[in-house]
Structures are given as structure tokens and as C-alpha cells.
Design a protein around this ligand. Structure first.
Ligand code: UDP
Length: 272
């Protein structure tokens, strides 16, 4: 494994799919609780404004670079990330390995019926895979329903718990409950159940191989357009930060501050 590549405060594990899978399987074998997050550029940007989210992400055991934007931005940083490891692909890799073991999985998240459909599909695709339970993701935090879900998960005792509540909810939820959950691998999976169920189509291989999955998503789900505007902003900010400048966009105004003087100011303020 080749260490950490830290981008805008997020310490990504610089690892290939094979390495990420290896660590997951070892953790399962050694029963070592491991929280996996898969930050993409949108999440990195959200964490700049949401301190709790930033701390929660940093608290993950494995931070996998999901999104070609992270890989491209990392090229300007020391220890550039070797490859994109899509959360959705890692999930399927895990399934293909644990289908022949006693390890079981629970799907939490997505709209009513989606996790169920995903579970049926995955159990057909990976014969022997045992999904012991599913629950949709539209429950209230700190509600009796949430308590029942946690109790159900613990009574079923799945070794792998996939949580797809969208970010930052899923990461914050995992951070809040990981200690009381029995599962060994707890992973934030975003909209993966939508993909695994077949409700959302994954980009064809051409787009994936050319780092254009984001473009496919844009043309097939134009409603995401506004969300995706954050991608170029992320690239500019990530590169700026690498070279010591904090670049911010407010309306049609751009502000550029030198990071070093910022830091000096902060240090002075601390001393005062
Ligand atoms: N979701 C959920 N509960 C919520 C909000 C969202 O289960 O309170 C689910 C939603 O149904 C979808 C996923 O979380 O399956 C978020 O998908 P999105 O494509 O936005 O996530 P991404 O993969 O881009 O992080």
C-alpha cells in the first residue's frame, strides 16, 4: 500500500482496487471493525463548509477515492493517487469474494423496495451471497424506527453493513452508530443500491475507461447539472490549495488568498 494523499483536508488512502479489497478481506478475517468511506469531489467540497462532516470523514478507517476528479487533482499533490476505486465496484468485488464464505451482508438505504431489488439481483449474480436483511433509508434520525433498525441489524449480525443514505447523512449516521453496531465492515455507499438494483444505469465501459462517468451521468440525469457544477470548482480549489492559494467563488466574484499568510494570521490570533 502506498500511503496517504491528502487533498483539501481529506486523507485519501492511495490504493488500488486489489489493495482495497485485500484490506477489507483481512479486516473480515481478523474481525477488525473497519469503516469505509468513498469521498468524491462533491463530498470534499461539502466537507469544506461542514466541519462535522470533515471530522467524520477523517475518522474513517479507509478513505477510497471515488471519482476521477479526485484522481486528476491528486496528480498535483505529493503521492498522487494511482487509480479510481469506485465504491460500487468495490462492493461487487467484496460480494464476489464473500459469496463462498459464511459472511453476510445487510443493505440499509435507498427508496422503498430498492435495497430489496438490489439484494435479489446481487444474490442472483453472486450465487451463495447471503443478504440477511434490507431496509429503506427514509427513516428519521433518533426515532423509534431507527432504534428498531439498529436492533434488527444487530440481531441478524451481518459482517458487512452497506449504508446508502446519501452524503453527508450516511457518513454522520455511521459515525454516530458504529460503536453500537456489531458489523465488521461498515461502508457508506451513496446511491449504489440504485445502481445494483438496475434502477440507475451505470455508464457504459467506454465512458468509464475514459474517466467520463461524470459526463454520462450528466447527460442521462440532467437534473444533477446543478450538483455537478461543483466539479470544476473542486478542481480549481484543489489545484490552488496545492500551490498555496485559497480560491473561493462567490456569485461572479473570485477571491484568491495566499494560504501561508492565512496560516500565519491564524497562528498570531492563537498567540494573542
Ligand atoms: N437516500 C436515503 N435516505 C435519505 C436520503 C437519500 O436512503 O434520507 C438514498 C437515495 O434514495 C439514494 C442515495 O441515498 O439511493 C443517494 O444517492 P445519490 O445518487 O445522491 O448519491 P451519490 O452516489 O451521488 O453519493
Amino acid at each position: 500500500m502506498s500511503g496517504i494523499c491528502s487533498i483539501m483536508g481529506i486523507p485519501f488512502n492511495n490504493m488500488s482496487m486489489t489493495e482495497a479489497l485485500g484490506i477489507t478481506l483481512i479486516a473480515l478475517d481478523e474481525r477488525k471493525k473497519t469503516v469505509i468511506f468513498t469521498p468524491n469531489p462533491e463530498m470534499v467540497m461539502a466537507a469544506q463548509k461542514d466541519k462535522e462532516f470533515m471530522e467524520v470523514l477523517k475518522g474513517g478507517d479507509l478513505l477510497i477515492p471515488d471519482g476521477i476528479g479526485i484522481v486528476k487533482a491528486s496528480k498535483f499533490y505529493p503521492n498522487p493517487i494511482k487509480e479510481r476505486v469506485a465504491g460500487c465496484d468495490l462492493i461487487e468485488e467484496i460480494f464476489s469474494k464473500i459469496k463462498t464464505t459464511v459472511n453476510t451482508v445487510y443493505f440499509l438505504g435507498g427508496a422503498e423496495g430498492v435495497a430489496e431489488k438490489a439484494s435479489r439481483k446481487m444474490q442472483r449474480k453472486y450465487r451463495g451471497l447471503s443478504v440477511t436483511g434490507v431496509h429503506h433509508g427514509y427513516f428519521k434520525d433518533n426515532s423509534p424506527e431507527e432504534r428498531e433498525i439498529i436492533d434488527e441489524i444487530n440481531s441478524l449480525n451481518p459482517e458487512v453493513l452497506l449504508v446508502g443514505l446519501g452524503f453527508p447523512r450516511q457518513e454522520k449516521w455511521i459515525a454516530r452508530h458504529k460503536d453500537e453496531l456489531n458489523s465488521i465492515i461498515i461502508m457508506g455507499v451513496g446511491g449504489s443500491f440504485d445502481v445494483l438494483s438496475g434502477n440507475t444505469k451505470r455508464a457504459p465501459e467506454f465512458y468509464r475507461n475514459h474517466g467520463l462517468e461524470w459526463f454520462y451521468r450528466l447527460i442521462t440525469q440532467p437534473s444533477r447539472f446543478k450538483r455537478m457544477l461543483v466539479l470544476p470548482v473542486f478542481m480549481i480549489r484543489a489545484i490552488g490549495e496545492r500551490f498555496g492559494a485559497k480560491i473561493e467563488f462567490k456569485g461572479d466574484k473570485v477571491s484568491i488568498k495566499k494560504l501561508s499568510s492565512d496560516n500565519k494570521k491564524k497562528k498570531k490570533e492563537k498567540k494573542a
